[in-house]
Design a protein around this ligand. Structure first.
Ligand code: ZN
Ligand code: ZN
Length: 306
């Protein structure tokens, strides 16, 4: 009898462990890495809730790593572990593309070994109580507490700054009023890559953080400038999803430009936001709608920032 009970108990424990693991992976997913080209890697989480976590871009600069974006706080440890498993070298620089928690939330994991760099506006937002996108439904906003000082970027830059490690040279450029008011883009011209954070939302309309100085037109300007500074050999690394080619960038810019022009023309003709939302965008742009960013929201983001 005792034996049977023990066996039943062990089966129950095994089931709980399996269910626990399935639950864990659905919530946090697995950390994976993919080589983009040469010394450039994309580190990301798969599955579940963590899909909203951003890509971490890691560049092997010889004796040290350069990291662009630090993921959501709970997932950053996994990302750092993955980077060290590719090559056990210290992280020299960490750049935050902007303040959103999926891009800067893991800073605290990198402090100590890396110098964390962000734009001045990103530093100002993170160090005080701030409002930002909620994660649950389109258009929702929530309040965030000031970030603990250990997780704040220590080097705040202005318009543009060059960084180098050994032979790797990087140009970090601020695009004002785009996805937020503090977007940084990293150009590594030798490697023919650009890391551009959330200026592009692959396969969907871009997001504008209207509460924090973002602007739809600013996104269009930034994307055209990035394209003009690069060529067809470049790979464009986004904060979410898989990298783009120059051809995909051009398609994206066309969609951004033409949807902005459409909403601007409707607004100029005297229509209200509600009227433009009710009539909707021209059919050909609707394939860019996503659950998190339906056309009504993209129209509003354009309308409010024209
Ligand atoms: Zn993001
Ligand atoms: Zn963002």
């Amino acid at each position: 009898m005792k034996r049977i009970l023990l066996r039943i108990a062990s089966v129950i424990v095994a089931l709980l462990i399996i269910l626990g693991l399935v639950g864990y992976t659905q919530i946090f997913g697995f950390t994976r890495s993919v080589k983009v080209r040469g010394t450039v890697f994309l580190v990301y989480n798969s599955g579940g809730f963590s899909r909203i976590g951003a890509n971490v871009i890691a560049i092997d600069a010889g004796d040290a790593w350069v990291v662009f974006d630090t993921h959501l706080g709970p997932l950053a440890k996994g990302a750092l572990g993955k980077i060290k498993s590719i090559k056990n070298a210290p992280v020299r620089y960490v750049f935050n593309s902007h303040w959103h928690p999926d891009h800067s939330g893991g800073n605290v994991i990198f402090t100590g070994e890396a110098e964390i760099v962000a734009h001045q506006n990103t530093g100002a937002i993170l160090s005080s109580v701030h409002e930002g996108f909620g994660l649950t439904r389109p258009g929702s906003y929530r309040q965030y507490k000031a970030v603990q000082s250990a997780a704040l970027p220590e080097t705040l830059i202005g318009d543009q700054q060059k960084f180098e490690i050994g032979t790797l040279q990087m140009d970090v450029v601020h695009y004002p009023a785009a996805h937020t008011n503090g977007d940084l883009v990293l150009y590594a011209d030798q490697l023919e890559i650009v890391a551009l954070g959330d200026l592009v939302w692959p396969a969907g309309f871009p997001f504008v953080d209207v509460h924090n100085g973002g602007s739809a037109k600013g996104i269009a300007y930034a994307l055209k400038d990035i394209l003009a500074r690069t060529n067809d050999q470049y790979v464009y690394l986004m904060g979410h999803g898989t990298p783009y080619s120059a051809a995909q960038m051009k398609d994206y810019i066309l969609m951004v430009d033409q949807t902005i022009a459409y909403v601007a023309a409707q607004k100029a003709s005297g229509k209200s936001l509600k009227q433009i939302q009710a009539q909707g965008l021209p059919e050909k742009w609707l394939s860019w709608e996503t659950r998190l960013n339906p056309q009504e929201q993209w129209i509003r983001m354009i309308f409010e920032t024209l």
